[in-house]
Design a protein around this ligand. Sequence first.
Ligand SMILES: [Fe+2]
Length: 292
Amino acid sequence: MTTLAFGSCAKLQLVNPQPVWSEIVAARPDGVLLLGDSIYMDDDRHVEPAALAAELRHHFEARLAEPHFAALLADLRARSAPLLAIYDDHDFLGDNRYGDDFPTAMRDAARAEFQRAFTPERLGRETYTMQAFDRVDVLLLDARYYRRAPAHCRDDRDAVLGRAQWAWLEERIVQSSAPYLVVASSTTFHAFADESWEEYPAAFSRLRSLLCRRRGALVVSGDVHRNALYDDSGVIEVVSSGIAGRGLIFGGVRQNYGLLTFDADALRIELRSRKVYGRFDVRVPLSSWTLP
Ligand SMILES: [Fe+2]
């Protein structure tokens, strides 16, 4: 059995301290996926790589020092369980910004600061990667570095990921022989809000056709500040976002995160939340591979 915890959108400026990370420690996951927006920059309109890097570094240092998050990292290290981290906009170039719309020096500076904080062993290399667990392969996508605003590339099959990452992804999906396959994307696959893969129809169809044929495959994503399950395209998507944020109207603290437990016959999807409408607990048998 393998249990993975995942979440996204943790804003220290709004919620500090963040005890939600202790709940994840208590779940004893075999790995933790941070799906982006793990910090929020104050300045979303940087134009200088050095200033961007300095602000990112400042926020990442605060993230790593937050006591509950630091305890999670220590627990994972002690159990040799991996932290798998990808960035979204607020921990990369800023709100709704796309890497390929900016000079290479800007996106390289952002990528390096992120890697220095979470995956120093990958410094100077690609962020996208694969991690194999018992029964499940996890493909972590970099959906920011090579992406452009959708107006430029609606018909581009290589949109969102860029040509090399697409080739890597296709090869990994075809070669994976694990019963379960998780594709982790910072932004949602289906259109829960803006910035979904559906804004790039050619790329959306390409990934959909790869995953529709693959029993045991699902997309996990974040970004949209709520928990959700979806499968209308034929691809199961599990969304968890708002691990440390607040509701817009009444300002209540959100503690949204997900747990995926893979066993021989089925996947259990638990989405936890302080809000009742954010709670899900379903079992997806491998034999049917459809949401109940
Ligand atoms: Fe985001």
